[in-house]
Design a protein around this ligand. Structure first.
Ligand code: SD4
Length: 337
C-alpha cells in the first residue's frame, strides 16, 4: 500500500455540499457529448458528426460507440481483454430520451454490441439479453459472427495473467495494483490509466439526451460474470427531464448502489453533476472505507442544462468533452488522495 494514498473524506466538505446542493456550473451550449476516459476524444469526434448536423443524441451515441468497438487493439469490443478462460465476452447498453432502453451481456463474437443493444430496445419487448440468447438475437437481426481471435495485446496480457495467476478462482487476486488492491487503477508510464469501458452521454440540438456503454468488462473476470455496464441504473441511466450518468470501474460496487440511477436522483435533488457523482462515490466509500482503498469507480454525469462533471474514488479517472467550442480531456476529482 502506498502510504501517500489514504482516505480523506472531509466532513467539512460533506457539510458544504449538503447546504449548497445547487452549486451550478456554466451550462454548455447544445449539442454536447461527454465520454469516459481519454479515448473518449475519438469517440466524441465520431458522435459529433451526427450532433453537429442536428441529429438525434441516440444516433450520436451509437455512432460514437461503434467507432471504438471498431478498434481491434483497444480496450472495448472484440479487441478487449478476455475472461479467465480466454474468451472475450461483451456487455453494452443504450437508453434514449423516452426512457427506452436495451442491453446485451456476456455476448461473444459480435462486433457491435451497442447496435445489438439498440435492436433489443427497438425490435424486442425486452431490455436485456444475455450470452447465447443475445448472440442468437444478433444473428437473427442481421449481425454476423466474427472469428474467435484475441487481439495481439489481449493475447499477450492473457498469457502474462495466466503465468502469474495460475487460474486461481479469485478474480484478479494477484493482480496487485499501485494502491495495493486488486481493482485499483494501473498507471502507465505516460500517466494514462488502464480501462476497458466506454460510457457516452449526449445532448442533441433539441435538448434531448441519450447514453450508451460498451465494454469487454473487467479483464480476466470469471466466465459468465456481468458487471455494471449493461445494467440500466448501474452503468447507465438517462432521465430526459433531469440528466444522465454513466460509470466506469469495479462494476460490482456500482451495481450495489444502483450507481447511475443514484447520480441522476441526486441531480433531481438539485446537486450539480459533479456533486451528484461525488455523493454516489461517497456512498461506495462509506460502505467500506478499507475496501474502497483497493478499488476504483468513477461516475460521469450531465444535467438537462448541459452542465457536466465527474467524481472518482481514486486518482486517474478522466473524461472527454466536445461542444461547438470545446474539445478537451477533463480530470475527475477524487476522494482518496
Ligand atoms: C465492469 N465497469 O465490467 C466495468 C469495467 C470498467 O474500465 O469500467 N473498466 O465492471
Amino acid at each position: 500500500m502506498n502510504r501517500k494514498h489514504f482516505l480523506k473524506i472531509s466532513s467539512l466538505g460533506l457539510t458544504a455540499l449538503s447546504v449548497n446542493p445547487q452549486r451550478s456550473f456554466a451550462a454548455a451550449d447544445k449539442p454536447i457529448v461527454i465520454s469516459t476516459w481519454d479515448s473518449g476524444m475519438a469517440v466524441n469526434a465520431a458522435a459529433w458528426t451526427i450532433l453537429e448536423k442536428g441529429g438525434r443524441a441516440l444516433d450520436a451515441i451509437e455512432v460514437g460507440a461503434i467507432s471504438i468497438e471498431n478498434k481491434i487493439d483497444c480496450c472495448v469490443g472484440l479487441g478487449g481483454y478476455p475472461d479467465r478462460d480466454g474468451i472475450v465476452t461483451l456487455d453494452a447498453c443504450i437508453m434514449d430520451e423516452h426512457s427506452n432502453c436495451g442491453a446485451v451481456a456476456g455476448m461473444e463474437d459480435i462486433k457491435h454490441p451497442i447496435s445489438v443493444a439498440r435492436k433489443v430496445m427497438e425490435n424486442s419487448p425486452h431490455v436485456l439479453l444475455v450470452g447465447n440468447g443475445a448472440q442468437q438475437f444478433a444473428l437473427e437481426n442481421g449481425f454476423s459472427k466474427e472469428p474467435k481471435v484475441l487481439s495481439k495485446d489481449a493475447q499477450n496480457a492473457y498469457n502474462d495473467w495466466l503465468k502469474k495467476n495460475n487460474y486461481k478462482p479469485e478474480i484478479n487476486i494477484e493482480n496487485k495494483k499501485p494502491f495495493g488492491g486488486p481493482f485499483a487503477p494501473v498507471f502507465f508510464d505516460d500517466g494514462t490509466v488502464n480501462h476497458d469501458t466506454m460510457g457516452l452521454l449526449a445532448m442533441d440540438k433539441k435538448g434531448n439526451m441519450s447514453g450508451g456503454v460498451t465494454t469487454s468488462g473487467m479483464a480476466f473476470k470469471v466466465h459468465g460474470r456481468v458487471g455494471d455496464s449493461p445494467v440500466i441504473g448501474a452503468g447507465l441511466f438517462v432521465d430526459n427531464e433531469i440528466g444522465c450518468a454513466t460509470s466506469s470501474g469495479v462494476g460490482e460496487e456500482v451495481i450495489r448502489i444502483c450507481g447511475t440511477h443514484l447520480v441522476v436522483e441526486f441531480m433531481r435533488q438539485g446537486y450539480s453533476p459533479e456533486n451528484a457523482c461525488r455523493k454516489a462515490v461517497e456512498r461506495i466509500v462509506n460502505r467500506d472505507k478499507e475496501k474502497a482503498k483497493t478499488l476504483q469507480v468513477g461516475f460521469l454525469a450531465m444535467s438537462k442544462k448541459g452542465e457536466h462533471g465527474a467524481y472518482a474514488i481514486q486518482k486517474g479517472f478522466v473524461y472527454s468533452l466536445k461542444t461547438a467550442d470545446e474539445n478537451k480531456i477533463i480530470k475527475s476529482k477524487y476522494i482518496i488522495e
